[in-house]
Structures are given as C-alpha cells and as structure tokens.
Ligand binder design. Structure first.
Ligand SMILES: *[C@@H]1O[C@H](CO)[C@@H](O)[C@H](O)[C@H]1NC(C)=O
Ligand SMILES: *[C@@H]1O[C@H](CO)[C@@H](O)[C@H](O)[C@H]1NC(C)=O
Ligand SMILES: *[C@@H]1O[C@H](CO)[C@@H](O)[C@H](O)[C@H]1NC(C)=O
Length: 332
C-alpha cells in the first residue's frame, strides 16, 4: 500500500513551493510609509508603540512570498515584529492562527512565532502582529525536531475531546473543528467526509465520494487496541512550514491546529522529508502505537483529498489508490 502511494509522492509536492526563505526578505534601507502596501498601517504602528513597548520604529520592510496575505517586518528599538494583513477578510482567520500559535507556544516545547495581536482594519481588512523570527542558514536537526514535536503532542492536552475552539483552513480549504469525543467519528466526518463532499460538488466525482464514504464508515478495525488521546497538532506539517532559528533550533509556522490523534500529524509526511532520526526521536517520547503502519495512509488520505480539491486531478489517483487498498484490506 505504501509503495504504490510513494511513487506518486516523489513529485507531488512540486507545486507547493517552500517559501520558508521569505522571512529573510529583501531588506530595504529607507523607511517606507507603509510596508503593508496600500493599507493604512496606523493601527499596527499604534500597537507596536504602545502595547509593543517600542519607542521607535526604525525600519519597515515588506516581506514577500506569502501568496495570500501582505506581510511586513517592523524593526524597532525593542526588537522586530512580523505583521501580516489582508484587506478583504475579517479577523477570524488570523484569530484562528493566533490561537493555534499561542497554544503551541504555551507548551514551551518547540519554537513558534509568539502571537501578539489580531485586529480589524478600518474598511474591513484585518491584521496579525507576531514575533519576527530570524531564520538561520543551517538545516534543522531532524532528531531535535522529532523530539520537540513529540513533546508538544504530549504537553498539548484537551478535555473537550477532538476538535478546536475555532474552525480554520488547510491550504485555503475550510477545516471544520467541531468538538467530538470520538476520534474515529471526528476523522470520518470532519476530515474525510468533508473533503469527499467537496470533491463531489466541485468535480461531480461520485466515484471517489461513494468509495470514500464506504471507507469512512468502516474505520473502526484500524483502531483496534489503540487508545487515542487528543493531542495539540500543528495540522499542516510539511517542509515549507518547518524552519530553524539562528541557533539551529527548529521553528514551525503557519499552523492549522486542532486536537487530534498524534499520528495524524504525519499526514503531510510525503512533503516533509522526515527521516529515520526524526521518527526515532519522536517515538522515544511518544511511543509508537499498535497498528501505526496500517493507519499511515489513512492520515495521508485527508491531505491527498485536500490537494485534489485545491489543485486538481493530479492528486486524484493517489487518493483513489489509498481508498481502494483500504476497501480491499478491510473487505468492505
Ligand atoms: C505553510 O504551508 C502552506 C500550505 O499549506 C503555505 O500556504 C504557506 O505559505 C506555508 N508557509 C511558509 C512559511 O512557507
Ligand atoms: C485576502 O484573503 C482572501 C481570501 O483568503 C484572498 O483571496 C486575497 O487574495 C487576500 N488579499 C489581500 C492580499 O488582501
Ligand atoms: C542533533 O542533535 C543531537 C542531540 O540533540 C546530536 O546528538 C546530533 O549530533 C545532532 N545532529 C546533527 C546532524 O547535528
């Protein structure tokens, strides 16, 4: 099962251009009136100079690369801030991002940009101010990444079951996080079924829909002898969203957080380049559960379906072959 999917995986991330270098930014030396071009950044400056405790904004430079939002780096006498803004949407998307970042930050396990402020712009847009992290040049240490990620999963617990306090997005697809006590139900309904419905609406693909739903209704045997605990997940962990700071410590960015089965974090592993030392350190902290290998493709399926919905039919066969293999294996 893994092999058939693996072949496709080799080239299937190519459209996702890792843009983690973007925060190096082309530093401009003259201050610009506004880094978030075309948007008045008065509210951002006001926050930086009051709550942010800066006395002076020294330099503002636009940071390129993000395709959806406008971004800028604000250097001040108390350090640098990273600001993203969007002139056409309300603050809910950035509030979701800030909540995810804050919860990950509070586990004190792995470095994430600390979120400071989300606000609305006059005229309908919104912005988020967070810590600016200077990235280092060295590739991050896979074994440290594995250990710290596992520590985050271990520390980030929920007493409301699986889900999150807000819905968020995976790529630009909505991700529904309605609290649910049963993981299998949550994953079947809010992850697989949601994407399958979208594929049927967008492409009229009733074949993948029917078969996928049949799988979604029959997941139980894949979870025999496993106790699934809700863990705080980054939710969109692939190489473009992993970097390292000046000290070489791992940094994870742009999350789509929710509380879920820790193994679901590896759903993007076909684009993440996790090696043996990553998994070894991970499992030292979060021991591998019975049936881990059997569920690997199941967790990739959500992301393949999402890629199918976002980027088109190139991803359909990966998703379809996972579904077919499971239907055969489960005899349903
Ligand atoms: C993180 O991944 C998403 C795709 O899911 C992408 O849109 C975003 O730009 C990535 N972040 C960085 C810093 O590259
Ligand atoms: C703002 O967000 C919307 C929806 O995600 C996106 O389509 C649009 O390009 C963004 N625009 C900016 C840069 O203000
Ligand atoms: C990664 O970190 C571990 C311990 O934290 C260390 O033993 C190992 O040598 C490091 N690996 C590399 C490639 O730097």
């Amino acid at each position: 099962m893994v092999a058939s999917v693996g072949l496709v995986s080799l080239f299937s991330c190519s459209h996702l251009k890792p843009s983690s270098l973007r925060w190096f930014s082309s530093t401009t030396h003259k201050p610009k009136p506004s880094a978030i071009v075309g948007i008045s950044d008065d509210l951002v400056r006001e926050w930086i100079l009051k709550e942010g405790k800066a006395t002076k904004i020294i330099r503002i430079s636009p940071v390129g690369g993000g395709c959806i939002n406008l971004a800028g780096r604000y250097d001040t006498d108390v350090g640098s801030f990273f600001v993203k803004s969007n002139r056409s949407i309300g603050p809910s998307m950035f509030e979701g991002e800030a909540l995810g970042l804050r919860l990950m930050y509070e586990t004190k396990t792995i470095r994430v940009p600390r979120p400071f402020k989300v606000g609305s712009l006059p005229g309908g847009g919104s912005f988020i101010i967070m810590e600016f992290i200077e990235f280092g040049a060295s590739r991050n240490n896979q074994s440290v990444l594995g250990r710290q990620l596992a520590e985050m999963h271990k520390a980030g617990k929920s007493d409301k079951g699986f889900g999150f306090d807000v819905d968020n997005t995976i790529g630009s697809t909505p991700q529904v996080n309605t609290w649910t006590f049963d993981w299998v139900e949550f994953y079947a309904e809010h992850r697989l079924s949601y994407q399958l419905k979208l594929a049927r609406e967008q492409y009229g693909d009733s074949v993948i829909y029917e078969k996928g739903q049949r799988l979604a209704k029959n997941l139980k045997p894949l979870f025999e002898n496993v106790v699934v605990e809700p863990c705080l997940l980054h939710g969109d962990l692939w190489s473009g969203n992993v970097s390292s700071d000046k000290n070489g410590d791992p940094v994870i960015l742009d999350p789509a957080c929710y509380y879920g089965h820790n193994e679901a974090e590896f759903g993007m592993s076909w684009c993440a380049g996790f090696g043996g030392s990553f998994y070894n350190s991970y499992f030292e902290v979060m021991p591998k559960q019975p049936g881990f290998e059997k569920r690997r493709d199941l967790y990739m399926l959500y992301h393949y379906l999402n890629h199918y919905n976002l980027f088109g039919s190139g991803y359909r066969s990966s998703a379809m072959s996972i579904i077919d293999d499971y239907l055969q294996m489960l005899q349903v």
